[in-house]
Design a protein around this ligand. Structure first.
Ligand SMILES: [Zn+2]
Length: 830
């Protein structure tokens, strides 16, 4: 792929922008200082109308095709390029985009940005590549009457610290007012216009274009200062309770302190702003000094659950670790995206564990991210953590959560544990000191860590990062003193493969599965209580995967699950639930076998759930709350009507009067017994602004089994006024999970594919085949999948997801054929 940095190396951008949310326009003057390496220079400029280009004050001919702006006959060396342009503010959650919410009967509009990975080019012409680091001086004019707040990476430039907004050079200024006069192009000239107010920001440090950000709108906020003197302000929309920013503020304060202490370099900027946006494609974005979040990933109201607090703590910690790893030091190219994400995805656990040790957050890592990585990484065609990128469209496909994030984090954890935390931090400190404000590749990190490791980090990490997959390890003698390995696969027999594993351990550190013989397995099971938590989890997770691969019998999971009826650890129950979920693929809906599996499940949880009780107790600790949630989820699967009756008697129209920890259980039980509640739930969904509570109502509505009622939920897929495009995928997944709506929701997807492409954003497009691949299990579903996706899979945002999805469904079908009879027999005995 062509790199524009080879033509021109930018040093500094002066952006004088006029952003008018009412007219849905953005435009102005971009003045770029830098070095021309070629007499042709090129800028990324997607769907921007370029009106004028001047080089060193001289008008130039140019060509713009809606993707690239090309300027010819440019003098080599240091030059100043001034580009006048205008563009549109869209609603697809990338580039500079519009986001809306309702407040006091009025629609409020926000302008926000999402530039990662390659969307800065949709907002202004630039060399939009991570290695093209430059300083940015930003000036934004907005309509005065809207009375909006304008936030950006840096603090507002105060008049006392500079004479006037750092204006363009006289040469460019002359050119600009001419351009403005000629075409009425919004520009600095408008700063004095009565209709607009102009805000300038302090210059940024050297940074990549994808980290630039601004947000314009009305918000409320709280500000705190952490122990190291950094001022942190967290904002939310006016329809949200301002108290709900306090948790994220507090986490941010503590996380920055943690990173300051461990990374050896204090947080590099003067302030940190965080803001929750009503429309947001991903979970959050680490823009330097102005971190943006999806509301559900940042807000913690008094009605939030422990689970929400944990996920917000992780998300905030993740984004803030990027302020160093990603923002201060950045990957040179997108193939090393994992450098950013693997690091942030493991650091979020270390920081959260430091701030809230009582969360026992690493347990969530092992049962969550780590398990997801093991599942995904076991299919043919899965991407490697380090992945070549050949076209801009491919950049969007890199963000595979289970690989670049989760598997990457698992590998970093393996490395950190082998090195020891202190030694790891010593290496990291050298890395930051050496590469701050610059770009790196993976090997720069391994070299920095090497002096502090007793092994070669480069050799170990390359083996796991450059190739997909992981080994299944078979014991040859002693406790894995000698072992053999093969690549573990869920969609075919194991293949040849070898990884340089320094030491096999039975905790959760290593990215591999252990293929224990029945004898070895039973020996460990006998002394289960004496095992450490991680050994317990490995035993269950590995057995789960091994049975999915067909290496051990699936039927054996039934007697195995019975071993845990007295278990007290929430994390173990989480894995018991995974065993049951493994078995659900074998039983058809409403079949006698399904009834048997449900009966078996009820028998598993009944005793413990009676003991724990369904209501949150005053003295419940974190484990107890999670334990109850895991038991209740199994109990829901078991269709335990007696408990449903009790739960639904606790339903209250005022959601604040329900126990937040079991709010979703109450809502699910109620709608199970009373399908007509759909109307009320959907009404609540629209009325309530708390993102957590809203979501609970919507998800509960998708569980209804009455087809007429279910159709009311299905129609919401077409109503983006009610269910925002950012939530469409979640709704789709929930409806695909419900066997009663599975067919209909698949048809909806095929009929509305063009619209989904338009509104959903390209990063989530591949999630549709991915989700279906995870759940479909019949020949008919496979055929529909194939018929629809095969003809369109040349689209690089879909190719990999479609191929793996197909493999996954095929593997599941053959597993069912192979094991079904045996599972049925075991169920009869259960
Ligand atoms: Zn990240």
């Amino acid at each position: 792929m062509e790199r524009l940095l080879e033509y021109f190396v930018p040093e500094k951008y002066k952006l004088n922008l006029l952003i008018d949310k009412h007219k849905k326009t953005i435009g102005g003057e971009v003045i770029v200082y830098g070095e021309a390496k070629n007499e042709v220079v090129k800028f990324h400029a997607v769907e921007l109308e370029i009106t004028d280009v001047l080089v060193n004050g001289k008008e130039m001919d140019f060509k713009a095709d809606g993707k690239i702006l090309e300027i010819k006959n440019v003098p080599l060396g240091e030059i100043e390029i001034s580009i006048s342009y205008h563009g549109k503010l869209n609603e697809n959650m990338q580039g500079a985009y519009l986001s809306t919410y309702e407040y006091e009967g009025k629609t409020e509009t926000i302008v926000a940005t999402q530039f990662e990975s390659h969307y800065a080019r949709e907002a202004f012409p630039c060399v939009d590549e991570p290695a093209a680091k430059a300083k940015f001086e930003l000036t934004i004019a907005v309509p005065k009457e809207s009375n909006d707040v304008v936030l950006a990476n840096m603090p507002e430039l105060k008049l006392s610290s500079a004479p006037r907004p750092a204006g363009p050079s006289p040469r460019a200024a002359g050119a600009m007012s001419r351009a403005a006069a000629l075409r009425n192009t919004p520009s600095q000239a408008l700063a004095s216009d009565d209709d607009y107010k102009t805000i300038s920001f302090e210059p940024t440090p050297r940074m990549s274009t994808y980290l630039l950000a601004w947000v314009i709108g009305k918000f409320h906020s709280h500000t705190i200062k952490n122990k190291h003197g950094v001022e942190i302000t967290t904002y939310c929309a006016l329809n949200q309770d301002v108290q709900s920013v306090d948790f994220a503020n507090e986490i941010a304060a503590r996380a920055l302190e943690f990173y300051d202490d461990n990374f050896g370099l204090p947080y590099p900027l003067k302030k940190l702003d965080q803001i929750a946006l009503p429309d947001f494609e991903a979970g959050a974005m680490e823009n330097w000094g102005l971190v943006t979040y999806r509301e559900s990933m940042m807000l913690v109201s008094p009605d939030a659950t422990l689970g929400t607090k944990k996920s917000v703590a992780l998300t905030v910690s993740h984004e803030l670790s990027h302020q160093w790893f990603g923002d201060l030091v950045t990957m040179a190219w997108w193939d090393d995206l994992w450098l950013n994400e693997s690091f942030a995805s493991v650091m979020e656990y270390y920081a959260t564990d430091y701030i809230h040790p009582e969360y026992k957050i690493f347990e969530s890592f092992f049962t969550g991210d780590c398990y997801a990585a093991l599942m995904r990484d076991a299919y043919k065609g899965v991407q490697s953590v380090h992945q070549e990128v050949k076209s801009p469209e491919e950049i969007a496909t890199l963000f595979d959560g289970a690989i670049v994030y989760a598997k990457g984090a698992r590998l970093m954890l393996m490395l950190i544990r082998l090195m020891g935390w202190e030694n790891f931090c010593k290496g990291i400190r050298e890395y930051f000191a050496k590469y701050k404000y610059q770009n790196t590749v993976g090997d720069d990190l391994w070299e920095a860590l090497k002096p502090f490791a007793e092994f070669d980090p480069k050799k170990l990490m390359h083996a796991f990062i450059d190739e997909p997959g992981y080994p299944v390890i078979t014991n040859e003698s002693g406790d894995f003193d000698k072992f053999s390995q093969q690549r573990f696969l869920l969609d075919g027999p194991c293949e040849k493969g070898e990884w340089p594993i320094p030491k096999v351990t039975e905790d959760m550190s290593g990215h591999y599965v252990l293929n224990l013989t029945d004898e070895e397995f039973n020996e460990r099971l006998k002394d289960f209580d004496k095992l450490g938590l991680e050994e317990k989890l490995r035993l269950l997770i590995d057995r789960d995967l091994i049975s999915k691969a067909g290496l051990q019998s699936a039927a054996s999971l039934i007697p195995l699950s019975r071993q845990f009826t007295d278990e007290n650890l929430a994390a173990v129950w989480n894995k018991v639930a995974a065993l049951i979920s493994n078995l659900t693929i074998y039983v058809d809906e409403d079949s006698p076998e399904e009834k048997q599996l449900k009966k078996h499940t009820l028998k598993l949880v009944d005793k413990k759930l009676t003991e724990v009780g369904m209501k949150t107790g005053d003295h419940d600790d974190e484990n107890q709350i999670r334990l109850r949630a895991n038991l209740m989820a199994l109990d829901y699967y078991a269709e335990d009507e007696a408990r449903f009756k009790e739960l639904s008697s606790w339903y209250n129209e005022d959601y604040q009067k329900m126990d937040p920890e079991i709010r979703d259980d109450i809502l699910s039980a109620k709608i199970y017994l009373e399908p007509k509640m759909v109307d009320e739930y959907l009404k609540k969904y629209q009325e309530i602004s708390d993102p957590d509570v809203k979501f609970d109502y919507l998800m509960a509505a998708t569980l209804v089994r009455d087809e007429k009622e279910l159709d009311k939920v299905l129609t919401l897929l077409n109503d983006t006024e009610v269910v925002k495009p950012q939530d469409q995928l979640h709704l789709f997944v929930a409806l695909y999970r419900n066997p009663k709506s599975r067919k209909k929701v698949f048809d909806w997807m095929t009929e509305n594919w063009d619209k989904i492409k338009e509104t959903g954003g390209e990063k989530t497009l591949g999630d549709f085949p991915m989700v279906i691949g995870r759940l479909a299990r019949t020949e008919e579903e496979l055929k529909k999948f194939y018929d629809f996706f095969e003809p369109i899979k040349a689209d690089p945002t879909l190719t990999r997801a479609v191929e793996i999805g197909e493999n996954e469904i095929r593997a599941r079908i053959s597993l069912i054929q192979k094991n079904q009879k045996e599972v049925f027999e075991a169920l009869q005995k259960a």
